[in-house]
Design a binder for this molecule. Sequence first.
Ligand SMILES: Cc1cc2nc3c(=O)[nH]c(=O)nc-3n(C[C@H](O)[C@H](O)[C@H](O)COP(=O)(O)OP(=O)(O)OC[C@H]3O[C@@H](n4cnc5c(N)ncnc54)[C@H](O)[C@@H]3O)c2cc1C
Ligand SMILES: *[C@@H]1O[C@H](CO)[C@@H](O)[C@H](O)[C@H]1NC(C)=O
Ligand SMILES: *[C@@H]1O[C@H](CO)[C@@H](O)[C@H](O)[C@H]1NC(C)=O
Ligand SMILES: *[C@@H]1O[C@H](CO)[C@@H](O)[C@H](O)[C@H]1NC(C)=O
Ligand SMILES: *[C@@H]1O[C@H](CO)[C@@H](O)[C@H](O)[C@H]1NC(C)=O
Length: 499
Amino acid sequence: MQRLARLLLLITTATLVLPASTAGTTQNDKTVLILGGGVAGIIAARTLAEQKVTNFLIVEARDELGGRMHSMEFGAPGRTSVIELGANWIQGTQEGTGPANPIYTLAQKYGLKAVESDFYESVETYDETGKVDYLKTLNDAVDAYTDLTVVGGGRVPTQQVDTTCRTGYSLIGVKPQTPAEKVVEYYVDWEYAQTPEQTSWIASSWANNFTYDVDQGGFSDSNLLSIDQRGFKYLIQSEAASFLQPSQVLLNATVTDIAYSSDAVVVTLANGSKISADYAISTFSVGVLQHDDVAFEPTLPLWKQEAIQSMTMATYTKLFLQFDENFWFDTQFALYADKVRGRYPVWQSLDLDGFLPGSGIIFATVTGDYSEAIESLTNAQIQTELLSVLSAMFPNTTIPTPTAFFFPRWFSDPLYRGSYSNWPASFVSPHHLNLRANLGRLWFSGEAMSQRYFGFLHGAYFEGMDAGQRVAQCVLSGGLQCDDLPFVESIPNSSPYVP
Ligand SMILES: Cc1cc2nc3c(=O)[nH]c(=O)nc-3n(C[C@H](O)[C@H](O)[C@H](O)COP(=O)(O)OP(=O)(O)OC[C@H]3O[C@@H](n4cnc5c(N)ncnc54)[C@H](O)[C@@H]3O)c2cc1C
Ligand SMILES: *[C@@H]1O[C@H](CO)[C@@H](O)[C@H](O)[C@H]1NC(C)=O
Ligand SMILES: *[C@@H]1O[C@H](CO)[C@@H](O)[C@H](O)[C@H]1NC(C)=O
Ligand SMILES: *[C@@H]1O[C@H](CO)[C@@H](O)[C@H](O)[C@H]1NC(C)=O
Ligand SMILES: *[C@@H]1O[C@H](CO)[C@@H](O)[C@H](O)[C@H]1NC(C)=O
């Protein structure tokens, strides 16, 4: 690690890709283009505006701002509610006067209606035979997960190479076998939207600690679920409206090409028109970058491509059903233990006092490979599967025909290509530096660039602030004092493989 640090220092002081020539040599349309109008883009814009850099333009493909904060009206005609297809929770709030999750601060500012999720007390457990009590097994899984993050932390000072959460669980003697043991394990780490086999032990422990563990600098261990009928997006759209001028936003504009040079960044839109700027901040998801939905000119350097392709874009899918009447559980959550791990394992009721009583809405969640797989099935096929799971959970109930059904296909969507990033064990710290690093005038932001909070809304927020700050400094110093981010040309093994 120390050797690597020295290596880093050498490289970053010696080489700078495409040093930005001083501003003013060419006349560009805009000072800064912000590519994508999600949380990171909006907060980057706000940061620029605060620094009196106002000649910027947010370019967004959709017809509204908010990105993965995406609300939708759902239900039979005359009986609809606003549901959240994307982000739904404020994860970690604030304890006392400790550090606050900035999304929580926005929620307070805009009076967001949200309810605390009670994952471990307000939950019932089911399997393929109906209701079965395995709450004790669930408690064991919660303890096992805490052990996993503690032992994972112990590995950092010893500078061992990272391994997967599965290796970690096995090393601490946790080896789930039964459907119940598997579903409770799923329930404590479904947030990564991938299996323990696919997730970094160290990075996921960090992600957990820095958000939820107050002793480790986290906000708090509470999760607030937005049930605001203005939509969760209301808070970020209101924040945007508080400072943005209409001339600073271009909606319905899909970026197809980004050409970057020492003088400018020139962006081409789907209709062929071009916009040039002194700087650009891409906030596109790492999934979008991975799928070549946007072409870069010149091609991104290999170290950048390796970083982009090495982070994972995971998928988290909520499947919403509405019925005439509530026939299910009175708790917030229910677990369903299928023989197949990850098959419709978590169910949430919104038709509940304090939530959306009378709405008739219940939703299931699937993640990871399962999410990707079901996106190629038809809606009718998936609805049939969901109803058969409900039949198994409630053997004495004739499951009625739903009055509405919807689920978003995040993985197939060319504007997202998944839900949020997850850090795999093969993604090492220098990869992360390279993912974040700017290429001269072209900067990268968004949730995946956050080392501490990747995946989360607050990760997108902090990365938007950071990119906005750095680009503002570039602009205000006339390109002379850019706080360029470091990168590593090639990433060595800690010790080479010798055949
Ligand atoms: C299903 C789901 C559940 C989630 N749950 C939570 C949660 O409960 N709590 C939490 O904290 N986080 C959650 N997240 C994660 C959170 O939503 C994201 O981390 C965050 O919104 C990302 O913001 P961003 O600005 O980085 O990216 P985005 O919101 O993706 O912003 C990028 C923008 O770029 C636009 N774009 C993409 N391609 C182009 C193009 N070619 N041209 C022009 N525009 C383009 C997109 O439309 C988008 O608006 C969830 C996400 C999903 C999908
Ligand atoms: C964007 O497109 C939608 C749908 O085509 C349209 O209704 C809306 O008016 C457009 N918005 C802008 C700002 O162009
Ligand atoms: C996470 O927090 C626990 C308990 O506070 C700590 O023991 C552990 O080292 C931390 N893990 C990491 C990876 O930092
Ligand atoms: C292309 O779309 C953008 C954004 O909607 C619009 O401002 C521009 O005028 C369009 N250009 C052409 C050539 O149609
Ligand atoms: C379902 O009905 C059977 C037979 O009447 C009964 O034994 C069983 O307890 C019922 N199960 C539930 C979950 O109500």
